[in-house]
Design a protein around this ligand. Structure first.
Ligand SMILES: Nc1nc2c(c(=O)[nH]1)N[C@H]1C(S)=C(S)[C@@H](COP(=O)(O)O)O[C@H]1N2
Ligand SMILES: [Mo]
Length: 316
């Protein structure tokens, strides 16, 4: 009669059945993918590769979404030209791999973050936000991303950090617009640390369930939905934590027109545009701006507290 086991394999080396079965399933899937992948037509493969699914996130509006075509062909991305259709024409040439984001300044765990790691840092969420440009047009866009706060918590700002500055890509080779001194390139933007940490502020990688088209700020941008669109910097390469309020591209170019805060505010007009109303792209006609602009772009319940006691006419 055999007592115990005579096997000379240590128990730790024996794979439990559940693990073994799971491995078989995973192996099967990998094999299936490997076998099926080359058989898929190129277009289907391209669509598959662009997919960026998210789980439903908070704060989404149920308003009618701006069609994908408008979201991706009516853009402001001055690095590629000043025309609304320039970014869709020129941005596809921009290389978005390899891509890394430098995190530096007043942080304990800064460094270089590769885009593949950033994509995996937190679960992707779908968030449908109103998007209000300072030029009095707006859209409703289903973004994919996760709160910027997820990254900020991981890099541990020091006690001196009060602001977050974003520096964006500057590649004169593909960014034909940067050959003209429209702005002081690279495009820079910034937020107060509490604004950057706010759960509405989205580190954004996709829209309409797919990775961002280049013209929308691939491969990584921020979206700050209660502020005018220009605060939502595209194609970010550096995130710097600072003690002093950072310079921002539009404020440097025209300080009387673009303030640091730039919260959507129907009561504070831009010298060239009334901010009381907005034209919803793909919904409203050109000469009939129908939509009333809402305080903080409709996110007052979430963000008004950030500005308690501040004169919003002075800090515009
Ligand atoms: N790097 C960079 N980011 C930018 C801009 C830009 O010109 N360069 N334009 C801003 C403006 S004015 C707006 S309205 C939004 C437009 O984003 P969208 O084209 O994805 O709608 O991007 C913002 N981010
Ligand atoms: Mo804008």
């Amino acid at each position: 009669m055999l007592i115990g086991t005579t096997s000379d394999v240590a128990p730790s080396e024996i794979t439990p059945k559940s693990v073994y079965l799971r491995r078989r399933v995973l192996l099967g899937r990998a094999l299936a993918m490997g076998l099926i992948w080359p058989l898929l037509p190129a277009r289907a493969q391209a669509v598959e590769a662009r997919k960026l699914p998210g789980r439903p996130g908070p704060f989404s509006t149920t308003e009618k979404q701006t069609p994908y075509k408008d979201v991706t062909t009516y853009n402001n991305f001055y690095e590629f030209g000043t025309g609304k259709d320039d970014p869709a024409i020129y941005a596809p040439k921009m290389k978005t791999r390899p891509w890394a984001v430098t995190v530096d300044g007043e942080v304990k765990r800064g460094g270089l973050f590769g885009i593949e790691d950033l994509l995996k840092l937190a679960p992707m969420q779908d968030r449908v936000y109103r998007h209000r440009c300072v030029e009095a047009w707006s859209m409703v866009i289903p973004w994919v991303g996760y709160p910027l706060a997820e990254l900020i918590k991981r890099v541990e700002p020091t006690g001196r950090a009060k602001y977050v500055a974003f520096t964006t890509k500057l590649d004169p080779e593909t960014m034909v617009g940067t050959r003209l001194p429209m702005l002081d390139w690279p495009y820079v933007e910034g937020l107060r640390l509490d604004e950057a940490m706010h759960p509405l502020t989205l580190l954004t990688f996709g829209l309409y369930g797919e990775v961002l088209p280049n013209q929308n700020g691939a491969p990584i941008r921020v979206v700050v939905p209660w502020k005018y669109g220009f605060k939502s910097a595209k194609s970010i390469v550096r995130v710097t934590f600072t003690e002093q309020q950072p310079k921002t591209a539009w404020n440097e170019a025209a300080p009387n027109e673009y303030g640091f805060y730039s919260n959507v505010n129907p009561k504070v007009d831009h010298p060239r545009w009334s901010q009381a109303r907005e034209r919803r792209i793909g919904v409203d006609g050109f000469f009939t701006p129908k939509h009333k602009t809402l305080m903080f772009n409709g996110y007052a319940d979430q963000v008004a507290g950030l500005y308690a006691g501040m004169d919003l006419k002075k800090f515009f």
